[in-house]
Ligand binder design. Structure first.
Ligand code: NDP
Ligand code: MG
Length: 376
């Protein structure tokens, strides 16, 4: 296939699955970026032969030595990622970076009018309006990779007006458990997702239901709907990946096996559909159930709703506090419900900025992380 991509976050869960799609479709890969995984980035560079790669500053000399027999240009640090996002000549930029670090590169690529296959939800949660304004200004296109948002995007191909988005979620590994039970769960239990195989951070977010909160905010920005029009529906089987209700009360759902490669591929080949490595879905013998989320046991979903209603810098504060708290939880430094308390307190104690600029967002994120780090 005569298409090309550049890929930020190539060594992660979405990154490696994107390269699977590239391999399968025969896409040209013009640039790759990673943070710390020198070995895998070296392998990927040898296989896909990009013109340029970028790695975290502290790993630069290691990568340079490893690739000294090749022609590839090696960049590093935040500046390296930014340069790839801004100047790469590929058709589609796939942003699979983890966390708020993806904000500056996303804004830069949007201002250059790029087509962006977008997985990096934290960036949209924190920088919402700044990102969507940059997209409009630059004439860029954001194509959703997150499975629910890909589903919604597929459901609205008819182009009708959205009455409501039904955002589905599996409920994570602790679905149906009590507040008492989840107090003592370990990171190892939290990252064992029943349906999807994902990176550690998003797995913890799925266990706390923060992921659904982040996705609700992501949907508000991607589809330009009011937060009240997005309803979270727990669907443990992960067969329906989200639904859209239209003006006439018809509901369209997108279904399939849980395989991110389908979503990644659709974002890259849109509007074309091509054979994909995802298995086909056999519906016989399957049951579909839909439940209301338990926001009392999992209060971060309710917090996310409050944060997007308040707007301004508050979603950025919540997201930054959550990124820091998840890191501490994964390092066994705090408990699971302590993570909830820290994120709620950081968000509720933040100074409100109603019309934040990019620097305000970055500062709010930093302050929220410091709040969490200093309150454990
Ligand atoms: P991973 O942790 O598996 O991968 C993250 C990637 O980002 C790696 O390539 C990592 O490099 C790189 N990275 C980490 N920190 C930095 C940094 N400071 N600067 C530049 N690059 C960095 O995450 P996932 O693939 O799971 O998630 C990526 C994004 O996609 C997230 O926003 C997530 O919410 C979203 N997403 C993920 C899904 C999934 O199924 N995994 C589903 C839907 C959305 P290295 O490994 O070399 O350190
Ligand atoms: Mg998702």
């Amino acid at each position: 296939m005569n298409k090309s991509i550049s890929l930020l976050g190539s060594t992660g869960s979405i990154g490696t699955q994107t390269l699977d799609v590239a391999r399968n479709l025969g896409l040209r890969v013009t640039a790759l970026s990673a943070h710390s995984n020198v070995k895998l980035l070296e392998q990927q560079t040898r296989e896909f032969k990009p013109k340029r790669v970028s790695i975290g500053e502290e790993y630069y000399s290691q990568l340079k030595t490893a690739l000294s027999d090749t022609e590839v240009e090696i960049l590093c640090g935040d500046e390296g990622v930014l340069e790839l996002a801004e100047t790469d000549e590929s058709e589609t930029l796939v942003n699979a970076v983890l966390g708020m670090k993806g904000l500056r590169p996303t804004v830069a690529a949007a201002l250059k009018g790029k087509k962006i296959a977008f997985a990096n939800k934290e960036t949209l949660v924190a920088g919402g309006k700044i990102v969507t304004d940059a997209v409009t200004k630059g004439g860029a296109v954001l194509l959703p990779v997150d499975s629910e948002h890909s589903a919604i995007f597929q459901c609205i191909q008819g182009g009708t007006k959205i009455k409501k988005i039904l955002l589905t979620g599996s409920g994570g590994p602790f679905l149906g458990q009590s507040k008492e039970y989840i107090k003592d769960v370990t990171p190892e239990m939290a990252i064992k997702h029943p349906r999807w195989n994902m990176g550690k951070k998003i797995s913890v977010d799925s266990a706390s239901l923060m992921n659904k909160g982040l996705e609700l905010i992501e949907a508000v920005h991607l589809f330009n709907v009011e937060p009240e029009k997005v309803e979270v529906v727990i669907h443990p089987q992960s067969i329906v990946h989200s639904m859209v209700e239209f003006e006439d009360n018809a509901i369209i759902a997108q279904m399939g096996t849980p395989d991110m490669r389908l979503c990644i591929q659709y974002a890259i080949t849109y509007p074309e559909r091509l054979p994909s490595p995802a298995n086909n879905l056999d519906l016989f013998g399957k049951e579909l159930t839909f439940l209301k989320p338990d926001e009392e046991t999992f209060p971060l979903l309710a917090l996310a709703k409050k944060a997007i209603s308040k707007g301004g810098n508050i979603p950025a504060v919540m997201n930054g506090a959550n990124e820091e708290a998840v890191k501490l939880f994964l390092e066994h430094k705090i408990g699971f419900t302590q993570l909830f308390d820290l994120v709620i307190n950081a968000t509720e104690n933040a100074c409100f900025i109603s019309e934040p600029n990019l620097e305000d967002i970055i500062q709010s994120d930093k302050t929220a992380r410091e709040y969490v780090a200093s309150h454990i």
